[in-house]
Write a protein that binds this ligand. Structure first.
Ligand SMILES: *Cc1c(COP(=O)(O)O)cnc(C)c1O
Length: 831
């Protein structure tokens, strides 16, 4: 009996264990059985898929055990609702989580296969635009690593963020066909499909207990098919789920047409519903207000709420316990309709009275605000809502009625306040304010950095803060050190581990121990060598992709982020022109390589023109043989996997947004963690980064948020700054002369007009301070040891910007969820 069990265990281990023999066998089997190829004829992609399957097999048992443990222990769970997940590649993360990256490297080497080549063929999962989607991805990693019972819900876009190519200096968008060759990480679960309704009318019917109940008679039904992706904790046996919904046509829906013989129309309508999860809207910090976008939002929310309530309902009869078992976090307002949806499900499907349903709803939801920019705030036309979601509009009206009653009682005779706080914006077109819905339906409202949370409290949602101050809190963002240090910068990671031990990967505060070495010349030397090697790697990539030769000894000055006017890539570009002029005037300029990475929203004219301008400057600067100091490299198609190659090589991190406009930033954290020194404004998390690393190790410049506000009120115009700074004048005049666009001398005129006028981003207003600050960078860089010391102290003091810290705060302060130990009972445990 015992012998049979052991035999079983050994066989089992041979299939999914972590022993080198099992790993070798698994790879060979998947190549042979899953891809139907022999090693010799397999393409790199076949090999990648085979390896991915072998790795996924090793997660499956942990995954099932994790979910079973949550179920059996009936723990409170948190659900993260996000329209975006900017995941990047999964293979290396999963190898690293299991701790088998070195073993597999050796196993594959024996077979003549280079692991890095396989890692490099995986397409990025780019189901997000920028910081918001990447934050969601870091949070999933941290939650699993901390053994927290967290599930992510989102949309399985068939096309993620577009692929950017540059033609004649202009951005051109190509479809992101990330699923073209299949996705080995996901598991489709058609058996758990969820119907989702749209349109139609509502009816009131008498209910058994007197009163009435509402029945929604929708016009359309769509099916949501879940696809599950495992999210493995680093060095833990927790494997959480990311459940992404894909839309499929409901069968009953086109029957009428089908029977009437209108086959083509039936298929067309089928396409109309399947299009819901087709493509990610490519706007960052901007709401285009498209109907399909509202459909996407309600689609994934309805599927997710049905899933959450279904799971709760299988084990609990009493909805009064819902908020003790379920926490739902809204990543921005994109999923905010979930508040009305949960109310609808509790009242209409489960017949709860309003008060009880509302108490459970508010007790379950938390809302994270990501922006103060007015153009990014979602405000759906009431007419559109009524047509698509008639029942939800009724519920929103009733929520509003009750909230405004509370406002009137707390602040009598203040109708202006009532208007400001209403969920409905009055005007020529009445609109539903989704941020207001999110605030009134949540027990927690947080911003994503200290300054941002303060501005949410005092400016954006001031009235709500006066009514419910206890709801407002801050959760400063973080990034996962597994991807953004351990995986992307192995040489630095090895040096850190040598100095402080391996524990820092899950306890980033341990980096503080590096401070002891900040005056050790040998350590600083090795740190500089690691950076130089990373810079050589990036130089090779730039040479291969752009045919630009850059000098690894030059300062690598990096600005990588979505292209947006408030992020002020233009300020950086103007300064490059200034440096170029200085060098033309025979002044000594420290050699610098400017690296840009940025996608512009396809409909954002100004942003696209700025990309064109950066290319125009690059063309002139790079081609000028009379100056060797400056190089400009715009790297196309900025994405997670490109960020992973640029960040380890950065000396300078450009975080130069107009103060008060960048909610947090997370690129700033990744770069500082990898030893880049920040040139930054007092904006978003820059403020906290500067405090953490020490003001002497951070290059600060520019107006602060209050000064920006004051200047604007005083009628700021860029032309004033132009008049008072000779260098700036020369820069602007050179551009105005058509120097950078000889074939069309007025090409960049729109940029100049914006800058010289009431430019809400105060670009010229900060130019002089920026140029002075950049001179300080040159001076600091001349002292190589001093620079390395600053870099070392940046790395050492970035511990608080681990997303583990952020998620621990969400878990303890908002969700009230506890870590759950996962105990594997079989031979699956680690060796
Ligand atoms: C981190 C990250 C971002 C966010 O960068 P910010 O500088 O904070 O705007 C955007 N895109 C990608 C690919 C990232 O990895």
């Amino acid at each position: 009996m015992e012998a049979a069990r052991r035999q079983d265990a050994i066989l089992h281990d041979a299939r999914t264990g972590l022993h080198p023999r099992a790993l070798r066998r698994a790879f060979a089997d998947h190549l042979h059985l899953t891809r139907a190829h022999e090693l010799t004829e397999a393409t790199p992609y076949d090999r990648y898929v085979a390896l991915a399957h072998a790795v996924r097999d090793r997660l499956v048992e942990r995954w099932a055990k994790t979910q079973r443990t949550y179920y059996e222990r009936d723990v409170k769970r948190a659900y993260y609702l996000s329209a975006e997940y900017l995941l990047g590649r999964a293979l290396w993360s999963n190898l690293q989580a299991l701790g088998i990256q070195d073993t597999y490297r050796a196993v594959l080497r024996d077979l003549g296969v280079n692991l890095d080549d396989l890692v490099g063929v995986e397409p990025d999962a780019g189901l997000g635009n920028g910081g918001l989607g990447r934050l969601a991805a870091c949070f999933l990693d941290s939650a699993a690593t901390l053994a927290l019972p967290v599930t992510g819900y989102g949309i399985r876009y068939e096309f993620g963020i577009f692929e950017q190519v540059i033609r004649d200096g202009c951005q051109v968008e190509l479809a992101d066909e990330w699923l073209r060759f299949g996705n080995p990480w996901e598991i489709e679960r058609p058996e758990h499909v969820v119907p989702v309704s749209f349109g139609g009318v509502t009816e009131r019917v008498p209910s058994k207990h007197g009163g009435f109940r509402v029945i929604w008679r929708p016009e359309q039904q769509v099916l949501g098919v879940p696809f599950d992706t495992p999210v493995a904790g680093y060095g833990s046996d927790t494997v959480n789920s990311l459940r992404l919904w894909s839309s499929r046509a409901g069968q009953e829906f086109d029957f009428g047409l089908f029977n009437a013989g209108d086959y083509v129309r039936a298929v067309e309508q089928k396409n109309q519903t399947e299009v819901i999860s087709k493509v990610l809207y490519p706007n960052d910090n901007f709401d285009a207000g498209k109907e399909l976008r509202l459909r996407q939002e309600y689609f994934f929310v309805a599927c997710s709420i049905a899933d959450i309530i279904g799971r709760f309902n299988r084990t609990h009869a009493d909805f009064r316990r819902l908020k003790d078992k379920v926490a739902i976090q809204l990543n921005d307002t994109h999923p905010a309709i979930a508040i009305a949806e949960l109310m609808r499900v509790l009242m209409d499907d489960h017949l709860l009275p309003w008060e009880l349903a509302w108490e459970q709803t508010v007790g379950s939801f938390g809302y994270t605000n990501h922006t103060l920019l007015p153009e990014a705030l979602e405000r759906w036309p009431v007419a559109l809502f009524e047509r698509l979601l008639p029942r939800h509009l009724e519920i929103i009206y009733e929520i509003n009625r009750r909230v405004l009653r509370e406002v009137r009682s707390a602040f009598p005779h203040d109708e202006a306040r009532v208007q400001r706080m209403s969920l409905i914006e009055e005007g020529p077109e009445r609109r539903v304010r989704m941020a207001h819905l999110a605030v009134v339906g949540s027990h927690s409202v947080n911003g994503v950095a200290r300054l941002h949370s303060e501005l949410v409290r005092t400016r954006l949602l001031r009235d709500f803060n006066e009514l419910w101050p206890e709801r407002f809190n801050n959760k400063t963002n973080g990034v996962t050190p597994r991807r953004w240090l351990s995986a992307c910068n192995p040489a630095l990671a090895a040096l850190i581990t040598e100095k402080v031990g391996a524990g820092w990967v899950t306890d980033l505060d341990r980096l503080l121990e590096l401070e002891q070495h900040a005056d050790d010349p040998d350590f600083l030397d090795r740190l500089a060598t690691v950076k130089l090697e990373n810079k050589r790697d990036l130089a090779r990539l730039i040479q291969d992709e752009l045919s630009i030769t850059v000098d690894p000894a030059s300062i690598y000055d990096v600005q990588i982020k979505r292209l947006h006017e408030y992020k002020r890539q233009l300020l950086n570009a103007l300064h490059i022109v200034a440096l170029y002029l200085r060098s033309k005037h025979g002044e000594a300029v420290t050699p610098r390589t400017f690296v840009f990475g940025a996608k512009a929203a396809p409909g954002y004219r100004m942003a696209k023109l700025i990309i064109q301008f950066i290319h125009a400057v690059a063309e002139v600067v790079n081609a000028d043989r009379r100056q060797e100091a400056l190089r400009v490299a715009f790297m196309p198609n900025y994405r997670v996997s490109l960020a992973e190659r640029i960040i380890p090589a950065a000396d300078v991190s450009e975080q130069i947004s107009t103060a008060g406009m960048e909610a947090s930033g997370t690129g700033n954290m990744k770069l500082a963690m990898n030893g880049a020194l920040t040139v930054g404004t007092l904006d978003g998390a820059n403020i906290e980064i500067r405090e953490a690393v020490g003001p002497e190790n951070f290059f600060l410049f520019g107006l602060d948020a209050d000064e920006v506000e004051a200047k604007r009120r005083a009628g700021y115009k860029g032309s004033t700054a132009y008049a008072s700074d000779p260098l700036l004048r020369e820069v602007i005049d050179l551009i105005a002369s058509g120097f950078f666009s000889p074939e069309d001398r007025t090409l960049f005129q729109p940029l100049l007009s914006a800058l010289m006028g009431i430019d809400p981003y105060l670009t010229l207003g900060d130019f002089s301070a920026y140029a002075v600050c950049q001179k300080e960078v040159e001076v600091a860089h001349a002292d190589r040891t001093g620079w390395s010391r600053k870099a070392a102290l940046n790395i050492a003091r970035m511990g608080m910007f681990s997303s583990d810290r952020t998620i621990r705060e969400y878990g303890q302060e908002i969700w009230k969820v506890e870590p759950v130990a996962i105990v594997l009972d079989g031979p699956q445990s680690r060796i």
